[in-house]
Design a protein around this ligand. Structure first.
Ligand code: PEP
Ligand code: MG
Length: 600
């Protein structure tokens, strides 16, 4: 038996075979070939490209079935790239200079990737991740490496997918009938693979560091998404203990589901608002059954990642309207594209040395007005169907809000010119997810209708800790007093100006942290749909007044640990027997205790 300890990312237990996906560019040895071997080597190159194209056709067919035609189109683009005469000619020319086919292909792809990445045309920069996929695919054929495409699994395989990290094109291939759980070496609770796994309802563990290298595939394993464990070749005792726990978790889930219609009221009568984070329009209907009073954050980027082309106004209008209609008059906060960072748009921007400090979110939208206005027009139209509110990500200055308003007015004028109806008084709010936004929050209040604190990024930028870096996971501490003080300041400034202040980051769905947020005066939380009942149980199990005292102590603490202890001590002494506190307690298997952090 082998136990890997990672970071709990999406709760749930899966027992099944491991499927290792090594989707990374393989090492290629330099090989000099004699002149007489050149024609055969060129023929070998063409055969490999032919096989790669066959494979792309199969993968396309599967992606179309699982994700849709738009998403599958990315593989058409890749197949056509493999027909590019300049690319193939470049590889042939190196082979004629006596370089083995795999090295020749490797060198040309590296050069092309670099060239595309620096290109001034966004369309060409966007193709870099396709080139990476082709680089891997063709080299795998030339080097006779196993084909690890995840879609190859038969339906019902119930597999645990183990991979370094998930790329957009892999994400769209995920066959939910075959893959029951995800485990990655990279990532943290706040990284987007974790967020996506929660949206898809797939149990997940991230930050395992070296599972890909140490596993072969086909091993039997238990993935425990609540405690962040991957147990490979478990003993019969482990299997029995986990089967038992899976049953208990299911029973708990059913019990929690009964809270859907209960009010999110604290023990001392403070009415909270609990909304859902919707990452994929497909989730909308199910999310609306969770008891959420609307959507506190719709991440629109997932309409875009992994696709060959940007969705047009009509498609976006349809997707936004679907979510708005599912929530039947409740507020639906739709965030404009937060592309860049670890959410790469149709291909991504890999040239950046520091993508999280780079051309992302509002910065990209303001620089690409047509892309931005297309989305704004779709939002203005979808707002006819309900209470849509637009939210801007990664704001650091009121100047960005003002620029966005100019573009919003232009988008509206364009609809007027076309005679298309739309809602005219749409509220515009901002995400508070940079220290700058908090510090200048007083300058933002006059220009915006609401604040929503994005703690995933706020923690990252305040503590200068990459949210996706597994090596830094223990330093990514949302309860750091610096973070708590920034949230406190946002609440004070927002409320003083009469604005709603929500929290839509992952912090809101962990018991001790949710308790802290209630204590800091936050009255609106937005969490993944699956976490809505659990957070409601927390709200209904605590008193806002005790939370306020606990949060004051945490804000005054000198370390994240001291802040955690100040909160946990009051939480446990006041509500120690409350059922919501069972969540995230140490897991005991076979007499062996694994410490677990509060799971999602
Ligand atoms: C956040 O940063 O907290 C947030 C909610 O947005 P995202 O996780 O999509 O960056
Ligand atoms: Mg964010």
């Amino acid at each position: 038996m082998q136990t890997f300890t990672g970071i709990p990312a999406s709760r749930g237990i899966v027992i099944g075979p491991v499927h290792v996906l090594r989707w990374e560019v393989p090492e290629v040895r330099h090989r000099i070939i004699p002149d007489e071997a050149v024609p055969a080597e060129i023929a070998r190159l063409h055969a490999a490209i032919g096989r790669a194209k066959d494979r792309l056709r199969e993968v396309r067919g599967r992606a179309e079935k699982h994700a849709g035609d738009e998403e599958a189109a990315i593989f058409d683009v890749q197949a056509s790239m493999l027909e590019d005469a300049e690319l193939i000619g470049g590889v042939e020319s190196l082979i004629r200079q006596n370089i083995g086919a795999e090295k020749a292909f490797d060198l040309v792809m590296l050069e092309w990737r670099q060239h595309f990445a620096k290109h001034t045309h966004a369309m060409l920069r966007e193709r870099v991740s396709d080139l990476v996929d082709l680089h891997i695919r063709v080299l795998s054929v030339l080097l006779d490496l196993p084909d690890y495409d995840p879609v190859d699994l038969p339906a019902g395989a119930n597999a645990i997918l183990i991979t370094h990290d998930l790329t957009p094109s892999l994400t769209v291939q995920l066959d939910r009938n075959a893959i029951a759980a995800i485990a990655t070496d990279e990532g943290t609770r706040a990284s987007h693979v974790a967020i996506l796994a929660r949206s898809l309802g797939l149990p997940a563990v991230v930050g395992l560091r070296d599972a890909v290298g140490r596993l072969h595939g086909h091993e039997q394993a238990i993935l425990d998404g609540s405690s962040g464990l991957l147990i490979v070749d478990p003993t019969d005792e482990h299997l029995a203990a986990y089967r038992d726990r899976a049953l208990r978790e299911q029973a708990d889930e059913i019990e929690l589901g009964q809270l859907a219609t209960a009010e999110p009221l604290t023990l001392d009568g403070v009415r909270m608002t609990l909304r859902a984070n919707v990452d994929l329009p497909d989730e909308a209907e199910q999310a609306s059954q969770s008891g959420a009073e609307g959507v506190g954050l719709m991440r629109t980027e997932f309409l875009v990642v992994g696709r060959a082309t940007m969705p047009d106004e009509e498609e976006q209008y349809r997707e936004y309207s679907r979510v708005v209609k599912a929530f039947d008059g409740h507020p639906v906060v739709i965030r404009t594209f937060d592309l860049g960072g670890d959410k790469l748009p149709v291909g991504g921007y890999p040239t950046e040395a520091n993508p999280f400090l780079g051309w992302r979110a509002i910065r990209m939208c303001l620089d690409e007005p047509e892309l931005f206005k297309t989305q704004l027009r779709a939002l203005l139209r979808a707002a006819l169907h309900g209470d849509v509110r637009i939210m801007l990500p990664l704001i650091v200055s009121v100047a960005e809000v003002r620029q966005a308003r100019v573009l919003l007015a232009e988008a509206a004028a364009e609809l007027d010119a076309r005679g298309v109806e739309y809602r005219r008084d749409i509220p515009l709010g901002v995400m508070v997810e940079t220290p700058a936004a908090v510090i200048v929050a007083d300058t933002l209040v006059k220009d915006v209708s609401f604040f929503s604190v994005g703690t995933n990024d706020l923690v990252q930028y305040t503590l200068a800790v990459d949210r996706g870096n597994a090596n830094l996971a223990s330093r990514y501490t949302p309860l750091h007093p610096a973070v708590l003080r920034l949230i406190q300041r946002t609440v004070e400034i927002g409320h003083a100006a009469g604005l709603e202040v929500a929290v839509c980051g992952e912090m809101a769905s962990q018991p001790v942290m949710a308790f802290a947020l209630i204590g800091l005066g936050v009255r609106e939380l937005s969490v993944a749909p699956r976490s809505v009942p659990m957070v409601k149980r927390i709200i209904r199990g605590v008193s806002a007044e005790i939370a306020r005292e606990a949060a004051a102590a945490a804000v005054a603490a000198d370390t994240a640990q001291a802040a955690h202890d100040a909160l946990a001590e009051r939480l446990y002494s006041a509500f120690g027997d409350a059922p919501f506190l069972q969540h995230g307690l140490p897991v005991v298997v076979d007499g062996h205790s694994f410490e677990s952090s509060a799971g999602p």
